[in-house]
Structure formats: C-alpha cells, structure tokens
Design a protein around this ligand. Structure first.
Ligand code: AMP
Ligand code: ZN
Length: 699
C-alpha cells in the first residue's frame, strides 16, 4: 500500500467507524456486528502505525485510548495569543475609559470573570478538533491536542451550524473540588501536592501521557476568538452566544455596561460572587462589545487596546507562625503544620495551615516566629503564601524535621522520588489511630460510635493493637473503658441513637453495645467497602469499587491476575496498550499491600475470623427480573433522581455500579454525557442506552 492508497483507506475506515459509533451511541441502533467493528478498528490502527502522517489526533481509534506523545510539537499562533493590560484600581479603569472615549463613541462594555487557569487555543477543521495549543510565549505554544481530547468539556466535534474552520480561545481550569481531591490523592501517595488549581491544571495539561490528563478533573471556559471563523460576528456577546450554541462551555456570568459607573458596579457584583464559581477568578475582564471597533483601537505588543483586566486584591491576612508541629497520618506520612496566631480570612478563623513537607518549608524559607501572609489555596485550604521578611527580628528559628516519629519514636524514612517522610514503624500508635478512624469511617465500615476520641481510647488502652482486634473486643472491657476528658464529637448522627454519648464523663455503656453490633454487621459488608477501609494508598472509594467489580471476593485479591495484567499492560507502548478500568497505581498498591508483611498478616487474620468480603456483583443478588445480574451505570442528566432509578434497577435484579467496568451491561446515558464516557463504555463492551430504553427494559 502506498501513502495515497493508505490515506484513502484510512478515510474510508474512519467514516465506517464513525457511522457505526453514531448508530450505536446516538441512535442506539447498531448497524454492524462487533467483529466487523473490531476488524475496522484494527486495520485503521495498523495503517496509522505504518503511516504516522495519517494518524490524526481526532481519529476515532486514537480518541478512545488517548495517545502518548513524545514531547510536544510547537504551534505558531496566528493571531498571537496576547496577554491583557492590567489595572488594580477603579481610577486606572476610569483612565482606560477616558482613552477609549477619545478614540471611539457609542459602544458598550462587557464585563466577564477573569478565569485563573491556563489559556488554550482550539482549532476546528471540518467541524472536528484538529489542534489544541497552550499560549506558550504568545507566538509559539505547545501542541497539546491529545491532552485536550482527554478533557470532557472540550468539544471534539461541532454541529453543522458552526463554521468549517474555527479557532476559539479560552481557559482550561481545574475545578476547586477536583483540586482538593487530587491533592489528597497526591499526599496519600507521598507525592508533592499542587499549590493551587492553576498549577495543578498546567501540570495536568503538560502530561506526556494523555491518560494522566484524563484522570484529572479539568474543565473549560471559552471567551475569545482565535481568528478563523469568527469574522462575521458584530459583537463579542453575539460571538459568545454562538460559541455556546456550538457546544462550548462559556462563562456562567457576564454583564453589559454602558458607562464606566455601570462597569464599576458589575465588577463589585462579581467580586461578591467570586467564590461561587467552580473556577478561581483573579479579577474581571472589561471588553468592548462592538468588534468593528477593535481594528480602530488596535493593540500593543502586550495586549489589545479594547480590553482591560481588573485584578482583585488577593484575599490574604497577616499573622505569625507561633510554632511548627508535626502530624503523623494514616500511612505514616509526617506532615509539618504551622500553628498560627488565629486570624480572620475570607469568612473563617484560621489557626493552622499545612506546610506539606520539609522541601516546601525550605523553598518558602518559613521559620518559627515569622510574620507571614496566609491565603486560601483553591479558596478553601489555608496556606502560607509568603514570609514577610522585613519583619524578621533575628529571633526566628529554622524548623527541622524530627529524625524520629514524634508520636512513637520510631524510625523515619524518605523514599526515593517522594517528598514525604514516613514513620516506618508498623506498630506506630499515631498511624493505628488514624487507620482505625478511617476503618470506621462512613464509606468504610461505617462504625458510627467509633470517632477520633474512641479510636484514641481503644489504642491507648491497648485493647486494639491491630485493626482486626475490633472483631474480638470483650464487651465487658469495652463497657468499662473510660473515655478521656473532653467532649466527644459524635460522628454522623450517632448522638440521636446514643443519648449521652456526647457527655464528657459518660462511659461507653450502651454505646459499647451499639459499637459491638455495628462491628458484627460489618462482617458482611461488600468487598469495596473493606478494600477502601484498609486504607491502601491510591485506593479511594471509586477505585475500590472498580477493583471490587473485577474480583469475586477479598481472598482473590492477593496476587490477582487481573491486577497483574493492569501493571503489565501499562508497560506496553502506544497502541498495544488497552484501556482498563483499573488505575495502574492502584493495582500496584493493592498488589504491594498483599505482598507486605502487614498485608499478609491482615489477610490471614481476616481469614481466621471467617470473614471473606464478597464483591457486590456476586453478592446474593436478586436472580430474577429483567435485569437480573446485569451491571448498570447511570450517567449524565436524567429526568428523575438517580437514586430513584437505582432503586428501580435493583428491584429488577440489576446491579448499580458507580463506574463502567468490563462487567457493565448497560450505560444509561442522560443528557450531556461526555463522548469519552460512552466511547470508553463501548470499548469495554457495554451497551449505551437512553432513559426511554431503560424504562422499556424495566417493563
Ligand atoms: P495574565 O495571564 O495575567 O497575563 O492575564 C491575561 C490572561 O487572562 C489571558 O491571556 C487569558 O488567558 C486570561 N483570561 C481569563 N479570563 C479571561 C476572559 N474572560 N477574557 C480574556 N482573557 C481572560
Ligand atoms: Zn510513628
């Protein structure tokens, strides 16, 4: 086959595959068998492998798996991706207004949030995304197409109403909630946490492996023309409305203003709302709406003369680092924490801020006694922004990470490639307390009577030396166990069930009975709850469910072939690599757990207790009904609450899963279901159906 023949055949195959996808996903009326589909896919992959110039990024076969690129190709921006001139005070904006009015008359302003993310440019040809690029130096940026395709909010295809060639610009960002979760995962894995959502977003876009990007909670707001396809718009607002109608996410807030006074009140209103957006904003952008005036006003080398940024003063507060303490977490990680002189910041009193690790402290040169500025990272986590060096008196002291665990006195280690220092004593009381708390938490074994204080009492009394000691607690001993002084915070509604539980001097009493009963019930909880409860790094609630869905029972996890497969598959290059429902870090961590001495002992103890948690899918489920034994996943916007559908599915014998796995029979896709999701489902052999079809199946 020569290049010309290959190109023709590849185009033909893409057309066939896309039609099959459309019939299958959108119309729920498959027109080809799986075998033909697989053969086309394999042939296309082969051609793209042989003729790399034909391997375009939006190819249906590349779209599913997400490619691995070797570094980033460079993209020239035409027109350049400019910055914005900035103002920090209203009188500076008034000067801007005066300048504009000297040049043009009769115009309207638009005020938009200034999204604090990473600016990107998206180019569409023939209605498909052909290139995504970062701003870079404004003229030349990085080609991040593969990564942009991994962001669900980035449209892959545009409707026929959109121009054939279109370039739009906007901001990729990480949601605030996603940022917090990501940092939790990073910390549990002993990796560096991200300073703020913007850094996390930038890091996620610069991944050489698009699958990492896909695992990050990224989103998009589009707010600018990128040249091509945008000439016809008279006004900016009209253009943004068109972008929205073509499927681009646009800012959820904007105001039009005739006068500079109206601009001022819009930016005040926006400032009030600044914490209500899913993205962080660092100010407002004031633009002229009439696009015909842009060439009249022109641009400087830095930015357009028809727009100005107005930056809000960062919300920060000054305080003093009174001391630095060290906390020991569940996985033994030692975390230095700044104990601050309490101070008000954005609506709450802040007295502590995590300093993450010793590298971070050294980088910021934070010393005990320092005056510091504190901010809220991701608008939530208090963080030390910077040291006010001018206020140093010379009495400040440098912090040193303790050589031994501050709780158990055990040895500490810093693993290669990790920033975290861990206490490696498996019997460390601090770790055991935190593990016990986690073990009892809501998504784990849900032992409501076991909170922080009870965990402390159980560990310090020596009644619990191992998590599984819970299962052989002596009720009498438990009843006679005194809770330490101070008020117990009852966890998750336990107070109503246990009158008096919160009274400081009260003994366990009936609470002991209650705890014993809950422990008894925990014996039969499904596998994913147990797997999460153990507290293996990288194994959160969702991951635990994914892994549990692929295993029969707990005893099948040690040395699991499924998990080994995931790890081996990861070592494969490019196209041979499959998408598997289990994350490789998680697979590695679970295998390592069962190989460790601690894990082996845990498994043996559990077996001795006669406990072998069963995966939900194999748990004695309803064996009759139209959906008997079938895994179902609900996604997208549905016309009824998900819980309601979940009940109906279960009543019909189905098993509601949280994520698509190879065991999922149906993906019930509501409105706004991302293409990645359905493609992934399809790749795993899951049928994608709509609500109507579900109701038919339910009868
Ligand atoms: P800076 O990154 O501080 O130089 O500010 C300029 C940048 O603000 C632009 O390059 C855009 O990436 C970003 N930006 C965020 N929101 C907007 C918006 N609504 N309109 C224009 N630019 C925006
Ligand atoms: Zn320790």
């Amino acid at each position: 086959m020569n290049l010309q023949e290959a190109s023709a055949r590849a185009a033909e195959l893409r057309r066939l595959i896309e039609k099959a996808n459309h019939d299958y996903y959108d119309l729920a009326a498959p027109t080809v068998g799986d075998r033909d589909y697989d053969l086309w896919e394999a042939e296309l992959l082969r051609i793209e492998g042989e003729f790399p110039s034909l391997a375009d990024a939006s190819s249906p076969v590349r779209n599913v798996a997400g490619g691995v690129s070797d570094g980033f190709a460079k993209v020239r921006h035409d027109p350049p991706m400019q910055s914005l001139d900035k103002t920090h005070a209203k009188d500076e904006l008034a000067e801007f207004d005066a300048f504009v009015r000297k040049t043009v008359t009769d115009f309207t302003y638009v005020v938009e949030p200034k999204v604090d993310g990473v600016s990107i440019s998206l180019r569409y040809e023939d209605g498909r995304l052909v290139r995504a690029a970062t701003r870079g130096n404004g003229t030349i940026g990085d080609d991040i197409t593969a990564n942009a395709l991994a962001i669900a909010a980035v449209p892959r295809e545009l409707p026929a109403s959109a121009p054939r060639v279109l370039e739009v610009r906007g901001e990729a960002y990480m949601t605030r909630s996603g940022f917090l979760e990501l940092n939790e995962r990073q910390a549990a894995a002993g990796l560096e946490e991200f300073a703020n959502p913007r850094n996390a977003c930038a890091g996620s876009l610069k991944q050489l492996d698009a699958r990492v990007t896909a695992s990050r909670p990224l989103d998009l707001v589009v707010y600018n023309s990128g040249g091509a396809g945008c000439d016809g718009f008279k006004s900016h607002s009209e253009m943004i409305a068109a972008f929205r109608s073509w499927g681009f996410p646009t800012a959820p807030w904007s105001r039009r203003a005739k006068t500079i006074e109206e601009v001022f009140s819009a930016i005040d209103e926006l400032q009030e709302k600044r914490h209500d957006f899913p993205f962080e904003i660092d100010g407002a952008v004031v633009k002229i709406d009439e696009r015909a005036l842009y060439p009249v006003l022109g641009a400087t080398a830095h930015g357009p003369r028809w727009a100005r940024a107005y930056k809000y003063a960062p919300e920060r507060a000054e305080t003093v680092v009174e001391s630095i303490t060290v906390q020991v977490g569940r996985t033994g990680i030692l975390t230095p924490v700044a104990e601050l002189r309490p101070v008000e910041l954005a609506g709450s009193t802040i007295a502590r801020a995590t300093l993450h690790n010793e590298d971070q402290i050294a980088r910021q040169d934070i010393r005990i006694g320092d005056h510091v500025w504190i901010v809220k990272a991701g608008d939530v986590i208090p963080a030390v922004d910077s040291v006010i060096v001018e206020k140093r008196t010379g009495a400040e002291r440098k912090f040193e990470m303790p050589a031994k665990c501050p709780v158990c006195g055990g040895e500490t280690k810093r693993a290669e490639g990790e920033v975290a220092v861990r206490c490696v004593n498996p019997a460390c009381g601090a770790q055991l307390r935190r593990r016990l708390e986690h073990f009892a938490s809501r998504n784990a074994l849900d032992l409501k009577a076991l909170g922080e204080k009870v965990a402390d009492a159980l560990v310090s009394s020596g009644m619990v030396k191992d998590l599984l000691d819970l299962f052989s607690l002596d009720p009498a001993a438990l009843e006679s166990l005194d809770l330490a002084e101070g008020a117990e915070e009852p966890a998750g509604g336990a107070a109503e069930l246990l009158p008096g539980f919160s009274r400081p001097t009260r003994k366990f009493g009936r609470n002991a009975q209650y705890l014993i009963k809950a422990i008894g019930e925990a014996r039969t909880l499904p596998l994913h709850r147990w797997l999460f409860a153990i507290g293996i790094p990288n194994v959160g609630v969702t991951v635990a469910k994914d892994i549990a869905a692929e295993h029969e029972r707990f005893s099948a996890l040690a040395g699991s072939a499924v998990l080994k497969n995931v790890v081996e598959n990861d070592a494969k290059k490019g196209k041979e690599r499959l998408i598997l429902p289990i994350k490789v870090e998680a697979a590695k961590a679970v295998l390592a757990f069962f190989e460790s001495e601690y894990g082996r002992r845990f498994a043996a103890q559990l077996a001795a207790l006669g406990i072998d948690p069963v995966s939900e899918k194999t748990a004695p489920a309803k064996t009759t009904g139209p959906l008997a034994g079938m895994g179902c996943v609900l996604t997208g916007t549905l016309s009824r609450p998900r819980g309601e559908y979940a009940k109906l599915i279960e009543a019909a014998g189905g098993i509601v899963q949280s994520a698509v796995t190879s065991k999922t029979r149906y993906l019930i896709a509501g409105e706004n279901t991302g293409a990645t999701k359905t493609a992934k489902a399809r790749a795993l052999g899951t049928e994608v159906i709509d609500e109507k079809r579900l109701l038919e199946l339910l009868g």
